[in-house]
Design a protein around this ligand. Structure first.
Ligand code: GLA
Length: 452
């Protein structure tokens, strides 16, 4: 069954078609000839001249009739097509709504190739794509010197063929579990600083060098900061062996082979208290060392009712002061809060593992709350659109989200489009917010400078 709003849109479209058709019909009945051409051209004069005038009028009428017939055919054929093509997503395009403010992107995978419907949704709404997994170090270089580019190449080719920009994700993932194990040991011992840097340089320059300007933004280092307020860098071999220097070097190595790309440091929960200070400290320090960092990526994996708007606002403000761009790199709002998974020494895991509250659909009141919270986020992004460079969602629609599996299996609903790729209340709230903020901004521009 079609949703209500869609039926209304179809009806509106059909009635528009009927009005245009009715307006065009008289020309075929000859009224136009009688009333417009004959009167205009014939005017006054002798019968002889009137005869000539009738010929001219007829020719003009014939020419115009051909034009109107063409128009009628376009309306007859085109309008029902429009109704059909808008059925799946009869909605304004996200990328057009935010155009000129920030780029809008999505993290995705080979579903694009396998599911043409996903492709249509992607192309309608987004301008830039991040490969969800296929460019990560474990995939690209699972063993030293064994580079595997088939998936990454296919991803970049797909993007190019469809006019999409690409974010490379990611060159270094500074979490021990996410770095291939060969990288971390040398002759059975922890890798020395020199070897760590040499391996990092080879990896970065082989990968980023391969794509050159075909990749416009790179997540150079992912998740190097410690969680909570108990530390600065995450306790890994990276930090133990090289401190902050490995981050500096990673950016320098990348800049050498990607001179035009936007270079990003990417992390999660950095709008929460402890981690926010760590990120600000890191950026300040990198800037002092003239590290070529252009932007910070705030992953934005939020949970319903737990979004730290204030923290996010002050992060945006701090980056504005530091003249570093902000990217919301992996946005979603989990409707089945997951923090309890890690709380109280993992005590709730057994209970949570069997919890799947919205497996038959998400209750409307939850979708509404999610919509309001997405709207508040976009209000903030629009307010800081001089700083926000891009907003990317993590996955295209609810059926594709990683939150259906992480940290336990459940049917989740974190994105703007549902499993049928239809827009959710959150989608409409985002579009409305962006449009309202544009109106607000243009209204302010029009106010005289001394207006209160
Ligand atoms: C982190 C990473 C992403 C991805 C998500 C989960 O945010 O940066 O690459 O792995 O986790 O999908």
């Amino acid at each position: 069954m079609q949703p209500k709003s869609q039926k209304y849109r179809c009806l509106a479209s059909l009635s528009r078609f009927a009005i245009v058709a009715i307006k065009l019909c008289p020309s075929f009945l000859g009224f136009v000839y009688c009333h417009e051409y004959q009167a205009d051209v014939c005017g006054v004069g002798s019968h002889f001249y009137k005869g000539i005038h009738h010929v001219i009028a007829l020719r003009l009428f014939a020419r115009d009739a051909i034009f109107r017939t063409g128009l009628l055919i376009i309306v007859l054929v085109g309008n029902p097509c429009m109704v059909r093509s808008t059925r799946a997503d009869d909605v304004g395009s996200l990328k057009l709504a935010v155009a000129g403010r920030f780029k809008i992107g999505v993290g995705t995978n080979r579903d694009l190739v396998d599911h043409p419907q996903d492709r249509a949704l992607l192309l309608r709404h987004f301008d830039i794509v991040t490969p969800e997994n296929c460019m990560k170090p474990q995939v690209v270089q699972p063993f030293e010197g064994d580079f595997r580019f088939d998936l990454g190449d296919a991803f970049v080719k797909f993007a190019e063929e469809h006019g999409l920009k690409v974010v490379g994700h990611c060159l270094v993932w500074a979490d021990s579990g996410k770095t291939p194990s060969w990288w971390m040991t040398e002759n059975g011992q922890p890798t020395s600083k020199e070897t760590l840097f040499r391996r990092m340089k080879t990896h970065i320059q082989t990968v980023a060098g391969r794509y050159g300007d075909r990749i416009s933004e790179w997540d150079v280092v992912n998740e190097a900061l410690s969680d909570g307020s108990d530390g600065y860098l995450r306790d890994t071999l990276w930090a133990r062996v090289a401190g902050e220097d490995f981050i500096v070097r990673a950016f320098e190595y990348t800049r050498e082979v990607a001179p035009n790309a936007l270079l990003v440091y990417n992390d999660y929960n950095v709008d929460t208290d402890g981690k926010r200070d760590s990120l600000i400290r890191l950026v300040q320090s990198l800037k002092q060392k003239n590290t070529p960092i252009d932007a910070v990526g705030l992953q934005g994996h939020y949970e319903l009712d737990a979004i730290a708007y204030e923290g996010l606002g002050s992060m945006l403000e701090a980056m504005r002061q530091l003249q570093v761009k902000v990217i919301i790199s992996e946005l979603d709002i989990d409707v089945i809060p997951r923090s309890r998974w890690w709380a109280d020494n993992n005590r709730h895991r057994d209970e949570l593992k069997s919890s799947n509250p919205y497996k038959d659909g998400c209750p409307p009141e939850i979708l509404q709350r999610q919509a309001e919270q997405y709207a508040k986020l976009f209000e903030l992004f629009c307010r800081y659109d001089d700083v926000v460079e891009r907003v990317s969602f993590w996955n295209l629609h609810d059926g594709q989200s990683w939150l259906n599996y992480f940290p336990w299996d459940r049917v989740n609903h974190p994105l703007l489009f549902d499993r049928n790729r239809m827009p959710k209340p959150a989608y409409h709230a985002v579009i409305r917010t962006v449009r309202q903020s544009i109106l607000k901004a243009s209204h302010l521009e029009e106010l005289p400078s001394n207006a209160n």
